[in-house]
Design a binder for this molecule. Structure first.
Ligand SMILES: Cc1cc2nc3c(=O)[nH]c(=O)nc-3n(C[C@H](O)[C@H](O)[C@H](O)COP(=O)(O)OP(=O)(O)OC[C@H]3O[C@@H](n4cnc5c(N)ncnc54)[C@H](O)[C@@H]3O)c2cc1C
Length: 541
């Protein structure tokens, strides 16, 4: 890996996360193009990154995660929620829960209806397929031979099979491929793993590209803003090992810092709501009221069940013998609990009247804990969480001050609408319905969270307000659209600015109905193609 920051490149990409690694790797396929990829975090040498279940150790790691904290959330009893985000090569794909789910075709068709020409499902499917090396046979919907390994979850836990059966008894169809013709149903997800190892975008896309002389991957390089000349982006300011540097971009700058950092970088660079910029003494380059607005996330509320038999993982994790057995299973077969994703079974279902496609997703885990992480309960337990797939509530990312190292302020504004509250309550009720089915009810000793006493809507909502947490999918803060108010146009160009694009979760006009990593990788793929097409046009002109 390069250790000296080049002074100039054709393209400067900020942020080596899910999208940024893809953009840099794809652009540098052309040996005549010089690419610099800047990453605020370090290299991905921590071994817990590569062990799939290592996310329990890495997601709150002070060096590997930005560990954001929301402002007090008015509809969640004024609690402040921790928002981990990757701060390392691979970004959040280096510490995420590994689930590979694209969302619904309706999500992308909706983007197209919002004016995002070129982003319907038919338009984006080739990019999903291009990135993917699925261990299942290729098909109309599934890609093989791409850089990103996608594999079936290797689990045969009887509790998971029992849960799936109970969901089927509750009327939810069995689904073995959430990226297949329909998302609705219950089953186990595919994961971004191969042979028991995590496939982050750093491993999938950067590692094979690292030896290219035209690609400089610079870690520990915190970008503090975009260099502007009038309305043109000409480079990026960087702080590295105490030094303040500038790298010039002769063609374009691409921001891939994620849904919190990309809007922050635009604001620091004078692109954002004029009043907010003035408040922090930042000269206005372009008044863009939508920068940092339209923040969306998936909120999850959990139900925990005590079991009357020693099933699931809690017992094994809490005993030395059990731990050793899991370790041995991993070493010998590269499977078992150490390879599990953050949901070992998922449900996609409809709980609101009139929903044409699933409006909730469940993540089922055959273990339980007080909060996401490695500390499991001493009793035998299991967890099922629900999240609303298409929340109406919108939050904001704003600057705390003009210091590029100060964390931006996050107002997630969860549960601001009646529909959102209703959807979360109905999700919990559907979990209860599943857990009452004959396949699983005899194994349940009791509902630990929220507890059977929480019967009414008010009691369930009180549980949601008191305990819910993020499921880590912030997006939408540099909204793409066909309208003049959107932050980026359908070619991901920041409106009114030359030579500046954004490609990451922040451009999603609406959060996709599922886990967001696959969609971010697709955005990276498409951005690289758009850049290549623009370069060709410039040459031809
Ligand atoms: C704990 C956790 C679990 C998750 N589980 C799943 C899951 O199971 N499945 C799924 O599909 N999705 C999951 N997600 C969500 C998914 O991983 C993210 O939506 C996706 O990775 C976001 O991609 P991105 O490109 O927008 O940003 P990121 O991948 O976060 O990348 C942004 C990168 O930019 C860097 N950066 C930021 N600011 C600067 C700066 N100023 N200068 C230089 N570099 C900068 C960051 O350090 C980071 O490396 C999870 C996320 C988390 C955090």
């Amino acid at each position: 890996m390069a250790d000296v920051l080049p002074e100039v490149a054709d393209y400067v990409v900020v942020g080596a996360g899910s999208a940024g690694c893809v953009v840099a790797a794809r652009l540098s396929e052309d040996p005549n193009v010089r690419v610099v990829l800047l990453e605020a975090g370090g290299r991905d040498t921590n071994p817990w990154i590569h062990l799939p279940v290592g996310y329990a150790k890495t997601m709150y790691h002070p060096e590997l995660s930005w560990n954001y904290l929301t402002e007090p959330e008015p509809n969640l009893d004024n609690r402040q929620l921790i928002w981990p985000r990757g701060r390392v090569l691979g970004g959040s794909s280096s510490l995420n829960g590994l689930i590979y789910i694209r969302g619904q075709r309706e999500d992308y068709d909706h983007w197209r209806q919002l004016g995002c020409t070129g982003w319907s499902f038919a338009d984006v499917l080739p990019y999903f397929k291009r990135s993917e090396d699925n261990e299942r046979p290729g098909s109309e919907l599934r890609g093989r031979g791409g850089p990103l390994a996608v594999s079936d979850l290797r689990q045969n836990d009887p509790l998971v099979a029992t849960f799936v059966q109970a969901a089927v008894e509750a009327g939810i169809p069995r689904n073995d491929d959430f990226n297949g013709p329909t998302q609705e149903g219950v089953g186990s997800p595919q994961t971004t793993t191969r042979n028991g190892l995590r496939w982050s975008t750093a491993r999938a896309f950067l590692k094979p590209a690292m030896g290219r002389p035209n690609l400089a991957v610079i870690s520990n390089a915190h970008s503090t803003g975009v260099v502007m000349q009038g309305n043109r982006a000409t480079g990026v300011r960087v702080k590295r090992h105490g030094a303040e540097l500038v790298v010039r971009a002769t063609r374009e700058v691409i921001l891939c810092g994620g849904a919190i950092n990309s809007p922050q970088l635009l604001l620091l660079s004078g692109i954002g709501p004029a009043a907010e910029l003035a408040q922090h003494g930042i000269p206005v380059v372009r008044d863009m009221p939508q920068v940092g607005r339209n923040l969306q996330d998936h909120l999850q509320a959990r139900m925990v069940y005590k079991l009357n038999q020693p099933m699931g993982l809690n017992g094994r994790k809490n005993s030395l013998l059990g731990l050793a057995a899991m370790g041995l299973e991993y070493i010998l077969t590269r499977s078992g609990p150490l390879t599990w994703s953050a949901g070992v079974a998922n449900v996609f279902a409809r709980v609101l009247p009139g929903s044409a496609s699933p409006d909730v997703q469940f993540h089922m885990l055959p273990f339980s804990s007080d909060k996401p992480g490695p500390d499991l309960h001493r009793f035998a337990g299991m967890t099922v969480s629900t999240c609303q797939l298409r929340p109406e509530s919108r939050g904001t990312i704003t600057l705390a001050n003009a210091d590029p190292f100060a964390k931006a302020l996050i107002h997630a504004n969860y549960l601001a609408t009646e529909t959102d509250r209703r959807c979360m309550i109905e999700g919990l009720r559907l979990i209860r319905r599943v857990m009452a089915q004959p396949a699983i009810a005899p194994l349940v000793a009791g509902e630990y969270l929220p507890g059977e006493a929480a019967e009414t809507d008010e009691a369930l909502l009180a549980h949601i307000r008191a305990t819910s947490s993020t499921i880590f999918h912030p997006s939408g803060t540099c909204r793409m659209g066909g309208d003049a108010a959107s932050v980026v146009d359908p070619e991901l160009r920041v409106r009114g600015i030359e030579g500046l694009r954004v490609a990451d979760a922040s451009v999603m006009p609406t959060v996709v109905s599922g886990n967001t990593n696959a969609a971010c990788i697709m955005i990276g793929e498409k951005c690289a193609d758009l850049l290549k097409a623009s370069a060709k046009q410039r040459l031809a002109a």
